[in-house]
Write a protein that binds this ligand. Sequence first.
Ligand SMILES: [Zn+2]
Ligand SMILES: [Zn+2]
Length: 339
Amino acid sequence: MLQVKSVEMTAWRVARPGPISGGPLERVRETVPEPVPGELLVRVLACGVCRTDLHVTEGDLPVHRPGVVPGHEVVGEVVAVDATRRFAVGDRVGIAWLRYTCGACRFCLRGAENLCPNSRYTGWDADGGYAEFTTVPADYAHPLPSGYADAELAPLLCAGIIGYRALERAALPDGGRLGIYGFGGSAHLAAQVALARGAQVHVMTRDPAAQSLALELGVASAQGMADPPPVPLDSAILFAPVGNLVLPALEALDGGGVLSIAGIHLSDIPVLNYQRHLFREREIRSVTANTRADAREFLAFAGEHRLEVTAHPYGLDAAPRALSDLAHGKFAGAAVIIP
Ligand SMILES: [Zn+2]
Ligand SMILES: [Zn+2]
């Protein structure tokens, strides 16, 4: 086993939550974290940069752990195991957003642990992956599929899993027509899952580069954000956090269609007209976090179907720049920190 006790590492902590331009992150040198019973110690190989990290860093989300290390798309190598020994030293594991659920509430008991009111999250309630080492409860660590580089796997661990759950919530029938509104990291992975399952996919985004990427991936059409798709849809997913788009998305649905809203945040939804937007059994559903079962299913799917991931690498020292570039939309695809 690697001797890491009292070894020093570099990490980034949210010292002063606020606008990224004001330098909310502080680079620290500190001892490698000590796992508590039931946890693995993990050397970080890659950590994806998610928009939620920006919300934690800028203080849009309430502070849960002062000075937290952000990062919840961690690909790492196990360097110390817990007593259960389900993982071995040297295993490559994934650490995602969901870190703890109580297992005893009425949501946990019915398999809806994503709604557990006692849940805790990596990079918000506990230190995450903007560091050289981190810890994870072994019960919430994920085995990872082979055939991908570390940097390619990282975005799968939040963007991929959430996109997968949003697709499940959209209840797309076999061979059905799916509309996707907004085409960032999560959307481009969900689109690939739907395409691999034989769906016909239509993408609505204002970004010409995203439209081109969608067409390269094999979608049937790409058009502007509020433009009607060429055919009525069975299902739609709204990835853009724009409440105004709920209206055109509902109007694009055929009878019985389902609109799934993927984001944590959405601006206000304008007034709906029952006949235009809901009648004929159209439905709106939200998506809240994910269960471990979602993560397992999605990572298994990624093992069987090669997903294309566009990763932009940043060194650990460049973590604030990665967040700033995300805030300013400077890249298509996903930023990934490689310590
Ligand atoms: Zn619970
Ligand atoms: Zn995330």
